[in-house]
Design a protein around this ligand. Sequence first.
Ligand SMILES: Nc1ncnc2c1ncn2[C@@H]1O[C@H](COP(=O)(O)OP(=O)(O)OP(=O)(O)O)[C@@H](O)[C@H]1O
Length: 314
Amino acid sequence: MSLVSFRDVVKKYDTKITVNHLSLDIGEGEVFGLLGPNGAGKSTTIHMLSGLLNASSGDITVGGYSIKNQPLEVKRRIGLVPQELAIYETLTARENVTFFGKLYGLRGKLLQERVAEALQFVGLLERAGDKPQTFSGGMKRRLNIACAIMHRPKLIIMDEPTVGIDPQSRNHILDSVRELNKLGSTVIYTSHYMEEVEAICSRVGILDNGKLIACGSKEELKQQAGQEEKLIFEIDRKLGQAAEEMTQHPGVRRIDEQENGTTVEVTVKESPSMLQDLLFIIQKHGITLRKLTRVEPNLESMFLQMTGRTLRDE
Ligand SMILES: Nc1ncnc2c1ncn2[C@@H]1O[C@H](COP(=O)(O)OP(=O)(O)OP(=O)(O)O)[C@@H](O)[C@H]1O
């Protein structure tokens, strides 16, 4: 069942279209990755979903409630971890989370329990009495997450939560996404780090210039992109004549021979007999194969193939 539905959503600034007719369903229980380079429209999309920005046209529903017509019902079900830290430096960690809990209408014992639960979850319970000005960047991000999840929202939205933090905090955040999902939350996670999205997301939407250019599981995206993959041959001598024969194969896109000629990268379009055909050519020319490595296609290479640009392009 879908928890979130974007229906033909458009956001324009003057005449510039930042989000371009976005239609998308996100199912209950998913960790959905919204991937795209800087400026693709990820934050704008998230801000419209959270009710911080109005769409120019179209509508978004969460649990069947429209952000246009029932914004409070939507907001109650959402926990937003914004890109910019939304914590108060002069309040302690506990006071920060308590402040957000009160905004969500929690009081008394339940409020105290939820504050402790959220701080425990992000690994900051022992620092509950300290102010964030004494925290590392990663700890501040974790506090930011505690504030967003303390009311146990159905939908947690994280907008690039790992930008500029140390690897330990980054791993902590990725683990916490998995854990939150296990505990029943649906998560939308925006990033321009494809490794993160690959590691934690069950499905991915790729935004480019405000348009959703592809959407699906990694396997589905691979099919949509007509994915190429790389085979690395380590051999005992240069390919020589064999290279020409390989190039003739309809599935071979490119052959790159390394300096010494005994490591060869062959970019191929997947086909059932491809590997067999290439091995046959090598053997026919009396070349011995020492090692063969298949490089798994990744989201970065898919994005490159779809747009001709890398994810980190400005
Ligand atoms: N208030 C605004 N007025 C005009 N243009 C804007 C405004 N806010 C965002 N934009 C433009 O909309 C486009 C999308 O921005 P957005 O922040 O949604 O992208 P993003 O994918 O989240 O990128 P980043 O990773 O840099 O946050 C950008 O070209 C940006 O300059």
